[in-house]
Design a protein around this ligand. Structure first.
Ligand code: SAM
Length: 246
């Protein structure tokens, strides 16, 4: 018997402010049968849901998928496989499912791994990925600076030891900085680079730390939702730190 598949939507909900979802994302959230929510631990709140929920009908069906934050590839592969099978079960019954994800679905998102598995069975026309505003775009906008201009390159990197090789790029975005903040700041200090650390953009507890302050941070780690913008032209900018509570 032929399956009448439901449609899968991968929806980028942006970095925090619920007004930063696209009109298309909102339209889909208002009409899908199921919203699928990735959670690092079942008992934790989901930031993506916290952003998206104002746009969803109050009685929308939710499916929570546990996607642990670990580097253990076996644990991750099992979580992706289990999550994909849960979604396939619903899609096979003709249900439409919106998998929500922070920022944009194509940038460091669990959605990519699930999609990989789902694409083995789900026809291409039953998949729609809806872009979202990335955290780095929101970061640049928040401090009224461009990410890059003219012929300049822009490099986006997770915060690993490899960063040292790339510090001479004029525009760098260092993602997933939290546990490696001291290491990153030491590197920046050694190479006399200036940076802005942006945490929880558009969410409660938002913080912005301008140069030269980031180099004086003493905390071992910052919130997971933090990134560093490293730019050659930060020198001479006025320090403009802020903390806000949205
Ligand atoms: C798994 S990646 C997700 C990136 C996301 N898909 C995007 O398009 O921005 C998580 C990293 O994104 C950055 N990030 C996401 N949301 C953020 C926010 N509201 N404020 C600051 N950084 C954020 C942080 O570097 C965090 O470690």
């Amino acid at each position: 018997m032929n399956t009448t598949w439901g449609k899968l939507y991968g929806i980028g909900v942006g970095p925090g402010d619920p007004r930063l979802l696209t009109l298309l994302a909102v339209e889909v959230l208002q009409t899908v049968d199921i919203v699928a929510i990735p959670k690092s631990k079942m008992e934790r709140e989901s930031v993506a849901w916290d952003i998206a929920k104002v746009h969803c009908p109050s009685n929308v069906r939710l499916i929570e998928l546990e996607m642990p934050m670990t580097s253990d590839q076996q644990v991750l592969a099992k979580a992706w496989q289990d999550g994909a099978q849960t979604l396939l079960g619903q899609l096979k019954q003709g249900k439409s499912v919106a998998f929500i994800t922070l920022g944009d679905p194509s940038l460091y998102s669990t959605y990519s791994y699930l999609l990989n598995i789902l694409q083995e069975e789900l026809p291409q026309e039953c998949i729609a990925t809806i872009p979202g505003i990335t955290a780095m775009a929101a970061a640049a906008a928040r401090i009224n600076l461009p990410l890059a201009t003219g012929d300049e390159p822009l490099l986006i990197l997770p915060s690993t030891e490899d960063v040292a090789e790339y510090l001479d790029f004029p525009n760098l975005v260092l993602m997933k900085v939290s546990r490696r903040l001291p290491e990153m700041l030491t590197l920046l200090e050694e190479r006399e680079k200036k940076a802005v650390l942006l945490t929880r953009l558009g969410q409660s507890g938002e913080k912005i730390r301008w140069e030269p302050k980031p180099l004086e941070f003493t905390s071992d780690k910052v919130d997971y939702l933090s990134l560093l913008l490293v730019k050659k032209d930060l020198l001479g900018r006025k320090n403009d730190e802020s903390e806000s509570n949205n």
